[in-house]
Design a protein around this ligand. Structure first.
Ligand code: HEM
Ligand SMILES: *[C@@H]1O[C@H](CO)[C@@H](O)[C@H](O)[C@H]1NC(C)=O
Ligand SMILES: *[C@@H]1O[C@H](CO)[C@@H](O)[C@H](O)[C@H]1NC(C)=O
Length: 496
């Protein structure tokens, strides 16, 4: 019988708690405590518990302020991971104000991380120390159960080769071999939109279909059956589940070793594994591109966008001496409409679909101003905040200004693809796909806000556009748009 059961028995048998009874109870409690505390195993446990409560993979970094209100074991995790119904970037943005520093350190359970919040600090570290920020933090939910993909792996020799291969496959010289995959998708989209005529609709499933087909063709040389394909839906569902957990601060046990020790990982762990098994390689990242394109459709469908739309239409025609056919034909092959280039850059800047990017790990000690960020520190860029940094972009940083990047050739216009050594290898290809899809949509249709009051309005807020605040990538709220053909006869010549 345990001491606790003895106590219960004791309480039950005595009708009244006399002073004598209370004395005996107190004695038993004291004795139990003594036995527990004097036990060397207990002492070891308590010492390690105390250590666990504050220990991190690297010690506190001098001269970089710490985020307030860290708790034992959890550190600063409590307000993160969507637990306050806000995404991590939004929370990160609040701390520098309290600390009056654009860079600070936080404790994610047992993981010490540095968070950079301004464009120039991020550029200094991610670009200036490109080769020192080349590794990735361990994510336990994934590391224990699955092999890492490229984006989550340290830059070991095999991964270096893998990144090289990815960069080659996604690089400009190979693009011509993708045109025959991309162009039919855009024709398919145009045909579908034309058949809808003036009704309003959600373009999301169609764009999703294009990205999905591209991925399938690249990997398996097949295409899916259509927009409502069950298989497509199931796959996309599994992808969403993955990016829900990927590099996110939602699951406390990924960061707190004692939780992994105390609670066996069978529920959430299996969820991750089950979803991952169904996932196609890199499809979650490809999916980002899709979300991005929807964000751009969003702007074009607001009343403010109407004037810009005809300006863009004229600019596209002007770039091809008003030859519509040439403009259509070249859409995937070159980027000669500067206004459209500026538009997609501004779109990716303004609606930061990867609000806190993907974390990195320092590969060696980094001297940074008057301190040293040690090897093995997690580095987080607050891309959402830096993309709206008035010190970098000027006072209009909080406005969507499609002409912002006209005449600018900065190699790092925004941080939505990351920066430095592990920057997204598909950035240029994604840009080109976005460019071409918008070019062809604008050439073929006038995009309007639906008149029907039942149609869902777009949310064009730079932070609130996403329906999701927990996961790695934003998930734009769904909305309806109406497409009216500019010249149906001409469009039909493109559908052959
Ligand atoms: C608009 C579309 C996209 C966005 C916004 C995006 C964003 C990102 C970001 C923020 C990173 C982390 C970069 C860093 O740590 O500095 C990344 C990495 C990566 N992306 Fe993309 N991505 C997009 C499209 C794609 C596509 C279409 C593919 C593949 C076909 C792709 C493949 C990858 C890979 C393989 C990595 C890992 C690179 C590495 O860790 O070395 N991405 N992406
Ligand atoms: C990358 O290397 C660091 C040591 O520099 C290690 O702490 C970390 O867990 C490694 N990350 C992965 C994903 O293996
Ligand atoms: C960030 O969180 C806010 C809530 O504070 C939410 O409205 C917004 O959609 C989120 N943004 C992204 C990119 O996830």
């Amino acid at each position: 019988m345990s001491s606790f059961e003895t106590l219960l028995e004791f309480g039950r048998s005595s009708a009244v708690l006399s002073p004598g009874t209370i004395g005996v109870v107190a004695l038993i409690i004291l004795w139990t405590l003594y036995v527990l505390i004097s036990n060397p195993v207990t002492i070891k446990f308590l010492t390690s518990l105390q250590k666990q409560a504050t220990q991190t993979q690297v010690p506190r970094i001098p001269k970089i302020p710490e985020a307030p209100d860290a708790l034992p074991f959890v550190g600063n995790l409590m307000p993160l991971g969507g637990r306050l119904n806000e995404n991590d970037s939004t929370i990160y943005s609040q701390w520098p104000k309290k600390l009056s520093s654009d860079i600070f350190q936080i404790r994610l359970g047992s993981e010490r991380a540095v968070v950079a919040n301004t464009f120039s600090t991020i550029k200094d570290l991610w670009v200036g120390h490109s080769n020192d920020l080349i590794d990735k933090p361990q994510q336990h939910g994934f590391a224990e159960k699955l092999e890492y993909d490229l984006s989550g792996a340290n830059m070991t020799e095999p991964i270096r080769r893998c990144r090289k291969a990815a960069t080659r496959a996604l690089g400009k010289p190979l693009w011509p071999t993708y045109y025959h995959l991309l162009e039919p998708s855009s024709v398919y989209l145009t045909r579908e939109l034309l058949s809808k005529d003036d009704e309003y609709m959600d373009i999301y499933p169609y764009l999703r279909h294009i990205v999905f087909d591209l991925a399938l063709s690249l990997t398996y040389g097949t295409v899916s059956n259509g927009v409502d394909d069950e298989f497509t839906d199931a796959l996309v569902e599994s992808i969403n589940q993955i990016s829900f957990f990927r590099a996110s601060t939602q699951r406390l046990r990924d960061y707190i070793p004692i939780l992994r020790f105390l609670i066996p990982d069978f529920v959430s762990g299996n969820l991750v594994v089950a979803a991952e098994k169904r996932r196609q390689k890199y499809l979650d990242v490809i999916f980002d591109a899709l979300k991005k394109r929807i964000a751009s459709g969003e702007q074009l469908s607001t009343p403010i966008g109407q004037g810009f739309q005809s300006e863009l239409y004229d600019a596209i025609l002007a770039a091809y001496s008003r030859n519509r056919d040439k403009a259509w034909e070249m859409a995937f092959r070159e980027e000669s409409v500067e206004l459209l280039v500026s538009l997609y850059k501004e779109t990716l800047r303004f609606w930061t679909i990867t609000p806190y990017s993907l974390p990195r790990t320092t590969f060696k000690d980094i001297s940074y101003y008057n301190t040293v960020i040690p090897k093995g520190t997690t580095m987080i860029m607050n891309a959402q905040q830096a993309n709206h940094d008035t010190a970098w972009y000027g006072d209009d940083a909080l406005q969507f200004r499609p002409t912002r990047f006209m005449g600018k050739t900065d190699s790092l216009p925004h941080l939505t693809f990351g920066a430095g050594s592990r920057i997204c290898p598909a950035a240029a290809l994604s840009n080109r796909i976005i460019y071409a899809l918008i070019a062809r949509l604008v050439l073929a249709f006038k995009i309007n806000e639906p008149k029907d009051p039942r149609a869902r309005k777009a949310n064009a807020d730079m932070l609130d556009f996403s329906a999701e605040y927990k996961s790695l990538v934003a998930l734009p709220r769904r909305f309806d748009v109406s497409f009216s053909p500019r010249d149906e006869g001409w469009i039909r010549t493109k559908l052959l």
